[in-house]
Design a binder for this molecule. Sequence first.
Ligand SMILES: [Zn+2]
Length: 283
Amino acid sequence: MRWKGQRQSNNIEDRRGNSSGGGGGGRGGLSITGIVIILIGYFLFDVDLSDEVGVLDKQETTTISQNAPVQESQQEADLRGLTGMVLASTEDSWGAYFKHHDAYYREPKLVLYRNATSTACGKGTSATGPFYCPADEKIYIDLSFYDDMKDLGAQGDFAFAYVVAHEVGHHVQHLLGINEKVARQQERLSEKKANQLSVKQELQADCFAGVWGHYVDQKGLLEMGDVQEAMDTAAAIGDDRLQQQGQGHVVPDSFTHGTSAQRMQWFNRGFKSGDPDQCNTFG
Ligand SMILES: [Zn+2]
């Protein structure tokens, strides 16, 4: 994927420099805006600085965190750049879609962390893989997931981009009220039926990722083999494949993401059409 030189998102919150290795979510320190406000206050209104700092320290910074400098490998630097570009392109494509429907696309934040971090949905750990938390509208990614994907047989920059776009897909579902509707329905359903709804929700996020793929393809950013990478990823992270690797047999009722074939099919549907309205997996 040709991601270098493309716009980077301003919505990346980098917590990798937080040495606590867990917990320290939102400990962003002072944003540039915060510092400017304090200085203006200091010079114009004679504000008590210490108090102002205290207030700001307790807040979660909403801009890029000014953490301790992050030590990163070349692979991590590339993945960070790729992630920032993918997030930016989802902002552009979903922003246009919402605008077209006279709605406002509230952009999600994407948190980079290592090992563990606190979220409004509880503690996030690398073992969970990338996830979206609707309560704080943030996507959480430990870049080491790239190596986990490789172990599953999914590799390449577009494979990783697909995962980011899938998580953004969950944010879109949240904005459209789909996540909440599913959760409400699931309360009244048997475990089997509730799982079937989860599968539909996941497949829709795959389809939304495909719609994003269509968008970047139109921009001429895809390279030979990129679509195959996404398809391989969809196949690699299908529940049937994961279950076979985990336990040696497949238990369809406990599927929550969809089979490899289903995931490939829905990604492809979004990719071919470029139309989110084609992503009604619930119909
Ligand atoms: Zn998902």
